[in-house]
Design a protein around this ligand. Structure first.
Ligand code: ACO
Length: 434
């Protein structure tokens, strides 16, 4: 990987009396990028881009998003085609290795993931150190970080084999960790993974089975969960992925990097939005209260935002939300709960917001989390498990991006600059004279 030095186009920037020629590189699709790396050396200025709205931090061949057209591709394949025809473990293979697997490769990959789903038995005792009322995300950040204390043979970033083992371990073990975080919080025994089940069936089994009874995962719910996982599997350089890359740029081990990603995902502006969205729908409660919440969302003096609406990149529609909406209809139809109060509020809120001038002019549309929370709720998951399920799904994206970064010659330790706006130099005064 690396930038294409044969591309000779340049952009000229004039700073005072200094003229700097900055190379322009073209991607395979999407906007060109201007290489500003020599700007500080030649013109003694930094660029200023808080929140990185106009800054590409890396080359990547994994995921492409066109926010205006509402397009999302994994390795070139449109998300709608994958959601319809593929399954999560195949998407994992695609994201990790760049191509769709043939039948033998798929079998081998499934076999490897399935055989890594168990956790080191001692990790059980680690769980028991948490308070029962801990949020499962808090438990996950701790337990995933602690994996580096258990799997010493996959910590060396410079060894391709160790990177491979770490990737498989993470994809395989995250569902077990999330399910156990849940079981611990409700005081039920941990349920061990079952190799005869598919990835999503196994997760349902570990969450909802109890030793005293037989449990058969519902195939329609397993398929819907698998689809949620595919839709969340990667999303190029979002906040949590950039966190994983930045943590990894220092050479930190992969388990520590993914723990950092999980911590970032937890925030309500990112992966925490699906929990926040369902809690908001419940708080609204009845359709007649919607106008009050719409009014609050528009009020500049009120910090309230309509959770599940808006996206940093998608400004026309979120292609994942469209697939998810269809899935929500299927699941709720199957369970015969199309008419539950939360869903009635959700449907009416969506209708009103899509017709409202404020939301239209600001290009605020329901995002993927608006619908995923409704599906997960219908499946029986408590809201506190929504973000852990997002973390399970995004693990493959984080790992794929981390692997890409580790072998990218252009990537050094990440180190943003700043515009300093604090006091200029001043002299220390002893406490008695202050
Ligand atoms: N409700 C009401 N107003 C909103 C909302 C919302 N959900 N989202 C944005 N706006 C308004 C902002 O107040 C702002 O108005 P202004 O121009 O008058 O100041 C304008 O729309 C632009 O919003 P920004 O915050 O600048 O957009 P940004 O790209 O920074 O934020 C974000 C995107 C964080 C997703 C935001 O829309 C939000 O907070 N949404 C709710 C949380 C959410 O659903 N997050 C999930 C994201 S998807 C994911 O992580 C998978």
């Amino acid at each position: 990987m690396g930038t294409d030095m044969s591309d000779q186009r340049t952009a000229t920037l004039t700073v005072g009396n200094t003229r700097v020629e900055l190379p322009i590189y073209s991607p395979t699709i999407g906007p060109d990028v201007i290489d500003i790396r020599k700007l500080y050396a030649e013109a003694d200025v930094f660029t200023f881009d808080p929140s990185f709205t106009s800054t590409a931090s890396c080359d990547s061949a994994i995921t492409y998003i066109d926010g205006d057209k509402g397009e999302l591709y994994y390795r070139g394949y449109p998300i709608e085609q994958l959601a319809e025809q593929s399954h999560h473990l195949e998407v994992c293979y695609l994201l990790l290795y760049g191509e769709l697997p043939n039948a033998a490769q798929m079998r081998d990959f499934e076999n490897r993931v399935t055989r890594h789903t168990m956790l080191h038995e001692q990790i059980q005792y680690f769980f028991r150190g948490f308070r029962r009322d801990a949020h499962p995300m808090a438990t996950m950040v701790g337990v995933v970080g602690a994996l580096s204390a258990f799997y010493h043979d996959s910590l060396d970033n410079n060894d391709p084999w160790q990177r491979e083992v770490a990737a498989i371990r993470m994809i395989a073990k995250l569902p077990t960790i999330a399910a156990w975080a849940y079981k611990y919080s409700i005081g039920q025994p941990f349920i061990y993974p079952k190799n005869s089940l598919s990835y999503s069936e196994n997760f349902l089994h570990m969450c909802f089975a109890v030793p005293a009874e037989d449990y058969t995962p519902n195939p329609v719910l397993a398929k819907a969960l698998d689809r949620i996982m595919m839709l969340h599997a990667d999303h190029e350089q979002n906040a949590s992925t950039s966190t994983v890359r930045l943590a990894g740029s220092s050479g930190a081990n992969p388990f520590a990097c993914i723990a950092a990603g999980i911590a970032c995902l937890w925030g309500p502006a990112h992966g925490g939005a699906n929990q926040a969205c369902l809690e908001m729908l419940r708080e609204i409660g009845t359709v007649d209260r919607i106008p009050e919440y719409i009014r609050r969302a528009k009020d500049k003096d009120d910090p309230f935002r309509l959770m599940g609406f808006g996206h940093r990149v998608y400004k026309n529609f979120d292609p994942r939300a469209q697939v998810m909406k269809q899935s929500a209809d299927e699941v709720l139809g199957l369970l015969g709960i199309e008419n539950n109060p939360t869903l009635r509020v959700a449907k009416e809120l969506e209708r009103i917001a899509l017709e409202d001038e404020y939301f239209i002019s600001k290009k605020l549309y329901p995002n993927v989390d608006f619908y995923s929370g409704i599906i997960l709720d219908a499946m029986g998951f408590p809201t506190s498990m929504f973000t852990p399920i997002f973390a399970i799904s995004r693990t493959v994206g984080w790992i794929s991006q981390w692997r890409e970064m580790v072998v990218d010659k252009d990537q050094r330790i990440g180190r943003p600059r700043q515009r300093y706006i604090g006091p200029t130099r001043r002299d220390y005064t002893p406490v008695e004279s202050r």
